[in-house]
Design a protein around this ligand. Structure first.
Ligand SMILES: Nc1ncnc2c1ncn2[C@@H]1O[C@H](COP(=O)(O)OP(=O)(O)O)[C@@H](O)[C@H]1O
Ligand SMILES: [Mg+2]
Length: 236
């Protein structure tokens, strides 16, 4: 099995980029050579004559990678599913470019962290979902979820979807737990989800005030990730 992990989530905006970057920061500080990838990026901004993905920049900076084009081989401007962006921007989603970039990253780095696009069933192109990409890459997955009301249903749907496809789930990471004033749902959800799925809960990240993906700010993500997330559970 290739050395790496695919970071998927219950939805867009749940914290896949933050978790992928946090893991990259921690593994790098342990001396591992970590490659990062956002295979398809949508909602990119135009800079000069090219499109820039804030997710890809965040991952690239966290991992201090050397090969920018490999991090983000396919980019679209519109913030929609790739299959839709492709139609509106009249640009094919080049799966070959994704495959080549992934193979190159595997050659250059000990471990490759791939951030998914939205959730597991987001269409990348006709008859090709994020799930198809996970299968091709043959990577185990981490599911990132919010921790608040609704997390049980969202997480279990994603777990089911992954299990029927035979994916190896390393565990669930919850993100943006409030520092104070936990609701009853926030307090109980991780345990309930563990009991219902039997999956490891790898940890919960709190809301980190100085952190901002769009402005490429990490705050103390590295030390918080190290403290709160079971990194051994991800690597084993
Ligand atoms: N733990 C956190 N603390 C503070 N802000 C966060 C945290 N996790 C995510 N965010 C913010 O929430 C937004 C969505 O997170 P992101 O990791 O980009 O989600 P996804 O990659 O799943 O779409 C980003 O703007 C990011 O800055
Ligand atoms: Mg993201």
């Amino acid at each position: 099995m290739p050395r790496g992990i695919f970071i998927t989530g219950t939805d867009t905006g749940v914290g896949k980029t933050v978790v992928a970057a946090g893991l990259a920061l921690v593994l790098k500080s342990r001396g591992m050579r970590v490659g990062v990838m956002k295979p398809v990026a949508t909602g990119c901004s135009s800079e000069d004559d090219h499109l820039v993905s804030s997710d890809a920049v965040y991952l690239f900076e966290a991992a201090e990678n050397e090969y920018a084009p490999l991090t983000s081989p396919v980019r679209f401007k519109n913030p929609v599913a790739p299959s839709i962006a492709s139609v509106y921007e009249q640009k094919e989603t080049d799966l070959g470019a994704i495959r080549r970039a992934f193979l190159e990253l595997q050659k250059h780095y000990d471990y490759v962290i791939v951030e998914g696009i939205g959730g597991i069933l987001v269409p990348i192109k006709k008859n090709y979902l994020v799930a198809n990409l996970i299968r091709e890459m043959a990577l185990p997955i981490i599911i990132v979820s919010h921790v608040s009301l609704g997390a049980i249903n969202h997480t279990l749907l994603t777990v089911d979807s992954a299990l029927i496809r035979g994916f190896l789930i390393k565990g669930v990471i919850f993100n943006r737990a409030p520092l104070v004033n936990y609701s009853l749902a926030e307090l109980t959800n991780p345990r309930v989800i563990h009991e219902l799925t039997g999956l490891p809960v790898l940890g919960t990240l709190p809301d980190i005030p100085e952190l901002d993906v769009d402005r490429c700010r990490f705050g103390n993500l590295k030390s918080i990730f190290e403290e709160r997330i079971n990194v051994e559970g991800i690597l084993k």
